[in-house]
Ligand binder design. Structure first.
Ligand code: GSH
Length: 201
């Protein structure tokens, strides 16, 4: 099994966390998505949209983190990162989608002054922070009285782990501290071996 990723990339990190949770051995290949706009023809043959992560496994090539996580869950069901109940599985998938569809655009607005090739104004940066805070409010309400987002630790938590464990390093420590349920959850996530051992450099 081989994972295409980059050490500064948040979305591929969720796949590495799942691989560690399941104890799956894999090779890695870094794809330079930050200093080079162009992707190699070899990489574009794997993912024509040029994005990481991409997973290769026994002749299969699959892109999109959610598709990869679902594949890993079905191929290596133990230890389970999905509940058995159908309704709970749907809820896990809802959080997987929210973390993928709504967090990154807000994150990019907030981080634009520090990321290559992105334009920003003070207003767009503030807007990004507002959107991230709204997202944190949704998570905080959900986590009140719950240890994890859906029953036991699941792919929902895996998807958010790279996003919320870095908040204090990117100028959002106060926004995290203001949401005590998310703050407690982020501490739990940070303490998980699969998160600690795959921490981005
Ligand atoms: N929907 C994709 C998003 C992946 C994504 O945003 N990848 C970023 C790195 S975190 C990337 O490859 N960016 C390079 C580019 O857009 O050229 C997924 O969930 O896998």
């Amino acid at each position: 099994m081989k994972l295409y990723w980059h050490s500064l990339s948040l979305i591929p990190w969720r796949v590495r966390i799942a691989l560690h949770e399941k104890g799956i051995a894999y090779d890695e290949e870094s794809v330079d998505v930050y200093s080079s706009i162009e992707r190699s023809p070899e990489f574009l043959a794997l993912n024509p949209f040029g994005q990481i992560p991409v997973l290769e496994d026994d002749g299969l090539v699959v892109a999109e983190s959610i598709a990869i996580l679902e594949y890993l869950e079905e191929r290596h069901p133990e230890p389970a990162l999905m509940p058995t109940d159908i309704a709970l599985r749907a809820t896990v998938r809802q959080y997987m989608c929210w973390s993928t569809d709504y967090w990154p655009p807000a994150w990019k607005k907030w981080m634009a002054p520090h990321l290559p090739g992105l334009q920003s104004t003070p207003e767009s940066v503030a807007e990004g922070r507002g959107e991230l805070c709204m997202h944190l409010d949704v998570l905080d309400a959900r986590l009140e009285g719950r240890e994890w987002l859906v029953e036991d630790f699941s792919l929902a938590d895996v998807c958010y782990a790279p996003l919320v464990t870095l908040l204090d390093r990117v100028g959002l420590a106060d926004d995290l501290a203001d949401r005590k349920h998310v703050a407690r959850w982020a501490t739990q996530l940070n303490e998980r071996p699969s998160v600690k051992e795959t921490l981005l450099v």
